[in-house]
Design a protein around this ligand. Structure first.
Ligand SMILES: Nc1ncnc2c1ncn2[C@@H]1O[C@H](COP(=O)(O)OP(=O)(O)OP(=O)(O)O)[C@@H](O)[C@H]1O
Length: 859
């Protein structure tokens, strides 16, 4: 039974309390509570020296750091940096001076240590007035108005908008909007416009971060960059067996706020992050983004979401610059030019303060720098909503502090940031913390107030963890102390059992002023700009959801992904090809291992092969040599691909979440590795040719006696035919390797399964070991068998025989030939067998694609 009416409606008294407050500066120093300073219209200074009107203690602040002067217009103020070791920052950037507007947050920070003083300017009387901003209006006077990033009648400057994104055309009785194949799509009332759609008055067109309200004659445009507000109302998530892993959580995150979700292990932090980000949705309750039903409008907002999972999401062997460029090419609209991409990379490197490492390989960066590069990669598309899952894990305290400072600056620069963290040493850099315990929200508000709320006097956040953990009982010290009344209320409502401490703290929070201030009032507050009245709101039962494990790795369900940014499959393939080639080229050790395999194995084959191996058709030695070549080719193919997908699984999952397609991804892997296989095949046969006679002319024995023949496939000759066979065998191995890699979760697992694939090739191919005739069809599943059939046909070998069924023991000629094998030397037969090898490869790659698609959904 619920004890507290957890209504999210504000009481009238609370609203009036806000109205009575005056304009002021609110100053917050590290590890201290906020101090408000009312303003009186006179100039004043802020600094460490005692002669300032606002004196701060932080050592990194200069004696006289800032000067505040009235502008002379409606009690406004301007702030000027007087210089010192630290500089004045606004919106994440250094500024020499700045004219203050309500809500502006200034920081005086030390980037080296990540410490800063925060100064917020508030003119509360002004906030109560209706917004006085002029909404840009585009009149639809012309027959057609083009909307796009550059050179259009309605220009919307954002990288989420394609150069020519959509048009609004006059039709007989109004207007229609037509999408021009944009990358991120055009949406009307939350639904993606497939080709065109008739507009009705009041319809809201969404293009990137812009909402365009149609009134029949014009479009009013609202830009919500830097102004994303997230409201969560009574979020619940119930999993199998009715277990509640998120219990009626409400909170509000305002634009430019930096919020940390904290709590003990298993408290529900990732569950809450999943529900807020929409990647793992709540089963009940709603999330509103700027007033829109977020889940129902997920497709329209997807381009604006940045998500940094726990694992690194860039290739370690690339340099920072290379990795970011490839990511930008994959994520940004197809029409983004090289210069735009370069400028964007430049910008995000500056945003995360890592420009000086642009040419460094990611593997050579420290953990904190790597994390910052991952964040930079997410910033490329300029997201307004940023979710991070434990970005500080594994960092030393210094790096952790600097990373928190970076995130703080990013939030100041116009992003709404939500992060899960276990690190609370620098938690004061966040605006609010959401403290989770036992699936419940036990606190939401500023970090400094949290300590007071939980009665922690040591100033150590870890003490809160201890206080919310465990079960309550009558003689528990907390029940005898600060949770006495909550326990009594709980007891009144429950005859049996004991509550958890989290339950009691939740009760306490629900009755607190903080909840009224930071949740209830904010939930009731007006949202800026128009809200989409979506007509496809989903019921909680129909909401696609995915597992926490998948979410942590960046996985998602296909239902979550239908409207990801469209970059054509062809372009994706080209970019991925270039990236794979680069990865291959820079990973010298791997490349040399791959390229040395063929000459080394070829040299060993040379040791055992006789020069006339392929000339003496009566001996079984030729079959042995060719079979070994087939086997080595298959082997090389498997080895070069078995780890290929597993080694970059986290990157793949993050890119899938954005817009990566499985087809181009697998095909790009396949083509680059196929080039390696081709080189290996050429080297293998060339080394063998140093000893083995590959002459096409040979004498073969038929029923009519010896006949001189010239072997080979029309147009390719004998060596060419053998080379094609070796290459196709290698490709079949490559297909099997990719399949193994798609089904394995780690590279080690993939490699441990390789023998299970290779041994059947050895035993079932009807080359080295004979099978009883009834089992001979088993050989069809091995590609070495098909390789051997092509080799045997090309070389005019005698077909394999079933030695278990010889009529005269010891006489091979009395043993029957397998009816399932044909060494027909005709070109048509050889080409047919090559076709089977190709089909075998295609089947393996196709199954790998299906496995990857299925893995998107799994836990
Ligand atoms: N799909 C699921 N099915 C069943 N239980 C789940 C599922 N997802 C999460 N849980 C459980 O819900 C609880 C909260 O999980 P969550 O991952 O949100 O915790 P967390 O606070 O992020 O923990 P940690 O800090 O250890 O990552 C855990 O007990 C977890 O086992």
């Amino acid at each position: 039974m619920d004890l507290t009416p957890d209504s999210d409606e504000p009481s009238p008294e609370v609203t009036w309390a806000v109205r009575l407050q005056a304009s002021r500066l609110v100053v917050r120093e590290p590890n201290r509570r906020e101090v408000p300073y009312p303003l009186d219209g006179k100039p004043f200074r802020l600094g460490r020296a005692d002669d300032n009107r606002i004196v701060v203690k932080a050592e990194f602040v200069a004696a006289h750091q800032l000067k505040f002067e009235p502008t002379g217009v409606a009690d406004g103020y301007r702030v000027r940096d007087l210089g010192g070791p630290c500089s004045l920052m606004f919106n994440g950037h250094q500024v020499p001076e700045h004219e203050l507007r309500h809500g502006d947050v200034l920081r005086v920070g030390d980037p080296y240590t990540g410490s800063f003083v925060t100064i917020t300017y508030q003119r509360l009387a002004r906030t109560m007035a209706p917004p006085d901003e002029q909404v840009p209006r585009c009149r639809l006077d012309q027959p057609e108005v083009t909307i796009g990033r550059e050179g259009c009648e309605l220009t919307l400057a954002s990288l989420l908008v394609s150069r020519r994104h959509a048009t609004v055309r006059a039709v007989a009785d109004g207007h229609e909007v037509r999408d021009l194949g944009s990358a991120n799509g055009t949406f009307v009332n939350g639904e993606r416009v497939q080709l065109s759609r008739k507009l009705a008055r009041g319809d809201i067109i969404q293009v990137g971060p812009f909402k365009l309200v149609y009134d029949g004659r014009s479009l009013d445009s609202y830009d919500h960059r830097g102004a994303i507000e997230l409201k969560a109302r009574r979020l619940v998530r119930v999993v199998g067996g009715g277990k509640v892993i998120l219990d009626r959580v409400s909170l509000v995150i305002q634009p430019r706020e930096f919020v940390a979700i904290v709590g003990g292990s298993g408290a529900g932090k990732s569950t809450l992050l999943g529900a807020l980000s929409g990647f793992s949705r709540a089963t009940d309750g709603d999330v509103l983004v700027n007033g829109d039903d977020y889940y129902a409008n997920f497709a329209a907002y997807r381009g604006e979401i940045g998500y940094v999972p726990q694992s690194d999401i860039l290739h370690q062997t690339l340099t920072v610059d290379e990795a970011l460029r490839f990511t930008a090419q994959l994520r940004l609209p197809e029409d983004t030019g090289d210069a735009e991409i370069a400028a964007r990379v430049e910008r995000v490197l500056a945003d995360v303060d890592i420009e000086d490492r642009r040419t460094t390989r990611i593997s050579q960066l420290s953990g904190g720098q790597r994390k910052r590069v991952s964040i930079a990669a997410e910033l490329l598309a300029d997201p307004s909503l940023f979710f991070l899952d434990e970005p500080t894990s594994g960092l030393d305290p210094g790096l952790e502090k600097r990373l928190m400072y970076t995130l703080r600056r990013l939030a100041d620069g116009g992003r709404t940031i939500v992060m899960v963290t276990h690190a609370t040493a620098n938690i004061h850099q966040c605006d609010h913390i959401a403290f989770m315990a036992d699936a419940r929200l036990v606190w939401f508000g500023p970090p400094a107030e949290a300590l007071q709320h939980f009665g922690v006097r040591s100033g150590d956040f870890a003490d809160i963890y201890t206080k919310v953990d465990g079960d309550a009982h009558e003689s528990h010290p907390l029940v005898l102390g600060e949770l006495r009344s909550e326990y009594a209320r709980w007891r009144e409502a429950h005859e049996r059992g004991e509550p958890s401490l989290a339950e009691l703290w939740e009760l306490r929070f629900r009755r607190s002023d903080a909840r009224t201030r930071y949740i209830v009032e904010r939930l009731a507050g007006e949202t800026r700009g128009p809200a989409v009245k979506s007509n496809k709101a989903q019921t909680s039962q129909s909401r696609p959801s995915m597992s926490m494990a998948a979410m942590k790795l960046g996985g998602t369900t296909p239902e979550d992904r239908p409207e990801a940014a469209r970059v054509s499959a062809w372009r994706q393939w080209l970019i991925l090809m270039r990236r794979n080639l680069r990865l291959l080229a820079v990973d010298r050790r791997n490349l040399s291992t791959l390229l040395l395999q063929a000459p080394i194995i070829g040299a060993i084959l040379v040791l055992v092969a006789r020069p006339a191996a392929l000339q003496d058709l009566q001996s079984s030695h030729g079959r042995l040599v060719l079979f070994l070549v087939a086997l080595v080719a298959v082997w090389c193919g498997i080895l070069c691909s078995a780890r290929e997908l597993t080694k970059e699984r986290a990157i793949y999952r993050r890119e899938r979440l954005a817009n990566l397609r499985i087809g181009p991804y697998l095909l790009a892997k396949f083509v680059v590795l196929a080039a390696v296989c081709l080189v290996q095949s050429i080297v293998l046969l060339t080394v063998l040719a140093l000893k083995v006679d590959f002459s096409a002319a040979v004498t073969t024995f038929t029923a009519d006696g010896p006949v001189a023949v010239v072997r080979g496939v029309a147009g390719l000759g004998f060596f060419g035919g053998l080379l094609v066979t070796t290459f196709l065998s290698s490709l079949s191995g490559l297909g099997m390797g990719l399949l193994l890699s798609s089904t394995s979760s780690t590279s080690d697992r993939a490699m441990s399964v390789v023998p299970l694939v290779l041994v059947p090739q050895l035993l079932l191919a009807l080359a080295l070991v004979s099978l009883p005739a009834g089992l001979a069809p088993l050989s069809y599943v091995t590609s070495a068998r098909w390789a051997m059939e092509a080799f045997g046909s090309l070389t005019h070998l005698q077909p394999p025989r079933d030695f278990a069924a010889c009529t005269i023991p010891g006489n091979p000629l009395s043993c029957p030939v397998y009816p399932t094998v044909s060494y027909d030397p005709s070109t048509a037969h050889v080409v047919g067998v090559w076709g089977v090898l190709l089909a075998y490869t295609a089947l393996c790659v196709g199954i790998a694609a299906v496995v990857l698609a299925r893995r998107d959904r799994e836990r």
